[in-house]
Design a protein around this ligand. Structure first.
Ligand code: KIV
Ligand code: ZN
Length: 389
């Protein structure tokens, strides 16, 4: 039987904090609605203690999609952060608090200037405090891949005993390599199963060496039940694990991994494009799965093979990620139905009928002036109309 891998999307927390990717509250809510359509299991909606705007965005996301998707948000191991997370997510159906605290020597010594025991105690106290508020708490051992294993394990053991229900193992600086990271996860998983088999083991990788997807996949192979990813791999420095790469690797190689996810893969391209439009950050053309050339074949030999049978050079079809006729070119004669379809194809809600009529009137004005209306024009119309920018 297939093992189901839980997918947490952290585009709105770890992804959005990169330079140039800042989104306003309404943009975040639009994107969260698309994440709901993509059917991710969990949305990490932000870091509410960081600013009033972030707090408000998390609350709005909970209000909009929190009945259908589990929502979490990040806290450092301090009461005020945990309170901010709790206050912003408490109305979601299945909320949990995510606490982060470093376990590597460099974090303990340089960031906290405290003893290892004192830092571990901070983590234990934070988990106990959070568990008094909600039944689920995730604990992230920041910089786990550069931590001494025995201290890392002692921390995990202590926070699980204090009530953590999920342990997240981050490769914070993208330092790990796949075999080594897989081995780390296997060791933690073996011990965790003895300590408390109900605790969920999760991983969170960064892409500094271009290994985030490989490390995540290796962790899954070695027992991780949950993965943290972002759309287009957006994130600090070289980014986070790309959601679409992990999900499609598990799907395409299902017989090899024996794992699946709940992600609706036909929503992948739409989600990727919506993020590109909202942030203005392009996807590299040869990026796996969502790059413009990911399904383009240019060599004569390949084209000839494809014409004989697509499987000769295609391991997955563009339709599986929702690529069929993505771009419709609209004109003033396209009509309401085609325009509504174009708005929804971009990952936006069509809105209530009155609001849609106003938007449609603006579309007609533009179509008369421009003759041909492309995806980027539709995006401009919706964002201007809804004041998303
Ligand atoms: O990279 C990291 O360690 C993080 C944690 C908060 C999980 O983003
Ligand atoms: Zn991170």
């Amino acid at each position: 039987m297939n093992r189901n891998i839980i997918v947490l999307d952290t585009t709105l927390r770890d992804g959005e904090q990169v330079p140039g990717a800042k989104l306003n509250v309404r943009q975040k809510v639009e994107f969260a609605q698309q994440l709901k359509r993509l059917n991710v299991d969990i949305i990490e909606a932000g870091f509410p203690a960081s600013s009033a705007g972030d707090f408000q965005a998390v609350q709005e996301i909970v209000r909009t999609v929190g009945d259908a998707v589990s929502v979490t948000a990040l806290a450092r191991a301090v009461k005020s952060d945990i309170d901010a997370v709790y206050e912003s997510i408490k109305l979601a159906n299945d909320p949990f608090i995510h606490i982060v605290l470093g376990t590597s020597n460099i974090h303990v010594e340089k960031k906290f200037s405290r003893s290892k025991e004192a830092v571990m105690q901070m983590g234990v106290d934070a988990v106990k405090y959070a568990r008094a508020l909600l039944p689920h708490v995730q604990y992230s051992t920041e910089d786990a891949s550069r931590s001494e294993f025995e201290y890392l394990w002692q921390t995990i053991e202590a926070v699980v005993k204090a009530g953590a229900t999920m342990i997240n193992v981050p490769d914070t600086v993208g330092y790990a390599v796949p075999e080594e990271f897989g081995e780390l996860i296997r060791k933690i998983n073996d011990r965790l199963k003895n300590l408390n088999p109900d605790v969920i083991l999760s991983v969170h990788c960064h892409n500094d060496l271009g290994l985030a997807t490989a490390n995540t996949i290796s962790a899954i192979k070695n027992g991780a039940d949950k993965v943290e990813c972002t759309i287009n791999g957006l994130g600090e420095r070289a980014g986070n694990t790309s959601l679409e790469e992990v999900v499609m690797a598990l799907k395409v190689r299902e017989n090899y991994f024996g794992c699946s996810t709940n992600v609706k893969t036909t929503e992948i391209l739409r989600t990727s494009k919506l993020l590109t439009h909202l942030t203005g950050l392009d996807v590299q053309v040869n990026k796996a799965i969502t790059g413009e050339n990911a399904f383009a074949h240019s060599s004569g030999i390949h084209q000839d093979g494809l014409l004989k049978d697509k499987q000769v050079y295609e391991i997955m079809s563009p339709e599986e990620i929702g690529a069929e006729s993505m771009e419709l070119i609209l004109t003033a004669r396209s009509g309401r139905h085609a325009f509504k379809n174009a708005v929804e194809k971009m990952g936006f809600e069509a809105g209530d009928p009155e609001d849609f009529e106003r938007l449609f009137a603006k579309f007609l004005e533009l179509a008369d002036a421009k003759k041909e209306v492309y995806d980027h024009d539709v995006f401009y119309l919706v964002t201007q109309h809804r004041k998303l920018e």
